[in-house]
Design a protein around this ligand. Structure first.
Ligand code: FEO
Length: 398
């Protein structure tokens, strides 16, 4: 990504990672990502806000050279995760005079993760300011977005909020700003929603608080450290308000796997019956599904129905994976049920229920068929569908 000015004395100097497809060796990022880093030049001092993933350090150094940075006074570290902090040691080699400015918790993480000596730091507290000369950086602590040490920086004179992971999206683009084109806005919305679902969703309660903090500031531009910059902040703030709200939608998602067709038959029946009843249904065959799309669906859905074949008396390993993922993401899902099939013995209901304990949901009575589903099993599925419909009516979404 070339160096680009985003405001007077403020430059984008980060890099795009066009090829990356998995983050944390866990979550799919089909559109690549970027590690945004920003340079703020005051009349007295120069600060760099966040660095980049270590394999991209040379690109950042080359951008700083292109931006004419001979001396660097401060490296602001919003978050200790290495995709933003990992190049700090390389930066300190090139700019040994620079101080790393961060909060106390982030300092301790950076010392542990990157072995940066304590004397290289300036520790700041919530609301504290740093003067660069005509540019004032104000640091605001926003813990649990998505680690405990996360913070954001408000550039007062230019009303730019640098939010690191908060409001970010894993998108590789040669463009810097979200355009007004409705198609592009839709694509950015989905990218940001995937990012929220995969990374931020477990911290919904903290994020709601921090949205209020952001709204209390006068902000013309939100500049995250992944994805594009928002010069219409209300676009992403409103999206976050929707995703973090307590409201659920009249939707059922059904991640399932079927070894020999019995579970597929049951899922197909439930999908048809729920659709007839006016419920939006999203089945995900785990043999081919993108787990990130399941996470996105979990942002809104009122109900989750897990479908599994029985493998050695327990759920299929793909279902174990999704159940663990759902349990960790803690979506606002209110109801869960299980459908499945077995040959000679099964404990899938007990085991899946145990795996999703942290979701704190109401369990709708599961349906498990011996072998291929028969009339009696379809009648039980009718009862399950009726239960889902009445639960959705009870909470006023159907
Ligand atoms: Fe983009 Fe939590 O790192």
């Amino acid at each position: 990504m070339p160096v680009e000015k985003i405001a007077e004395g403020v430059f984008s100097v980060g890099v795009v990672d066009w090829d990356r497809r998995v983050f944390d060796e866990l979550v799919p990022i089909p559109e690549g990502t970027s590690y945004n880093s920003y340079l703020v030049k005051g009349s007295d001092k120069v600060a760099l806000l966040d660095t980049v993933d270590p394999p991209k350090a040379n690109e950042l150094l080359s951008n700083l050279k292109e931006a004419g940075v001979e001396e660097l006074d401060y490296i602001i570290s919003h978050h200790a995760e290495q995709d933003h902090s990992g190049s700090i040691p390389e930066l300190l080699k090139r700019y040994p005079e620079a101080k790393v400015v961060t909060n106390a918790k982030c300092k301790s993480f950076l010392q542990d993760l990157l072995l940066i000596p304590g004397e290289k730091f300036i520790v700041v507290g919530d609301g504290e300011e740093l003067q660069l000369g005509g540019k004032t950086l104000q640091f605001l602590l926003t813990p649990w977005v998505h680690w405990p040490e996360t913070m954001i920086t408000y550039l007062k004179e230019d009303k730019i909020l640098f939010t690191c992971d908060f409001f970010g999206s894993h998108v590789a683009s040669s463009r810097l700003f979200v355009s007004n084109d409705s198609m592009e806005k839709a694509s950015i919305y989905w990218g940001a929603k995937r990012y929220y679902a995969e990374i931020m969703m477990p911290f919904r309660t903290s994020i709601k608080k921090h949205i209020k903090l952001v709204e209390s500031l006068e902000v013309d531009m939100i500049a995250p450290s992944h994805g594009l910059i928002y010069d219409d902040p209300s676009f992403i703030i409103d999206a976050y308000k929707e995703w973090t709200s307590d409201e659920v939608k009249n939707e059922v998602i059904i991640p399932y796997i079927s070894a020999h067709g019995s579970v597929r038959e049951m899922v197909g029946y439930v999908v048809s019956r729920l659709t007839e009843a006016g419920v939006t249904v999203k089945p995900f065959n785990l043999a081919v599904a993108d787990v990130g799309e399941i996470a996105m669906a979990m942002v809104d859905a009122a109900t989750l129905i897990v479908g599994s074949s029985t493998i050695l008396a327990g759920p299929h390993p793909m279902v174990v994976y999704v159940a663990a993922f759902a349990n960790a993401l803690r979506p606002k899902t209110k109801f869960v049920s299980i459908i499945g099939s077995y040959g000679w013995g099964t404990r899938i209901v007990e085991q899946i229920t145990e795996m999703i304990k942290a979701m704190r949901v109401e369990i709708i009575e599961p349906v498990v068929a011996k072998g291929y589903p028969k009339d009696e099993d379809f009648r039980k599925l009718d009862r399950l569908v009726d239960d889902v419909v009445s639960k959705h009516k009870e909470i006023g979404i159907l």
